[in-house]
Design a protein around this ligand. Sequence first.
Ligand code: HEC
Length: 149
Amino acid sequence: MRRAVLVIAAVLFGATAVVAQQDLIDQSHASMKANGKALGGTLSPMARGDKPYDQAAVDAALAQLEDSAKKIPSFYPASVKDVKQTSDYTPSPKIWDDKAGFDAAVASFVKAVSEAKGKIKDLDSLKATLPTIGKSCSGCHETFRVKNS
Ligand code: HEC
């Protein structure tokens, strides 16, 4: 009886852990997609002159990037490594194999976003600041993101 209770508890605990991992994966995809929108839908088109400069939209985009920068260090614990991902992109195993490299990529993103905060006041400062942010995204993606085939 006691054994059965333990087995049931273990199964339930295991299921909860899987739900928690799936939740984390959903959160990381949602946050990354929102980053893509902030950059590709707001900041880049403004910098190119395809959209008029809009300070409120800039601030909202930066707030999204800041939120993501805060969460990124907790998005990819080793427990999500083997969970099958259905999105277009998956975390690369290098995140766990090269932890120091991944931490450095996170740090460069955090730095780029915190330095941009309060600095972008007009089109010129947007143009001057955006490349550093963009490079911190692609710098991480090049090594630590894999496209699902
Ligand atoms: C430190 C690493 C890192 C940084 C910095 C980073 N990303 Fe990502 N990004 C990932 C990983 C890993 C994935 C794949 C797994 C996922 O979506 O969570 C990803 C996925 C994405 C996706 C695809 C999401 C999906 O579900 O298909 C987009 C879009 C994206 N990132 C945009 C950005 C933008 C824009 C920035 C910068 C403003 C950025 N990312 C910064 C690591 C990073």
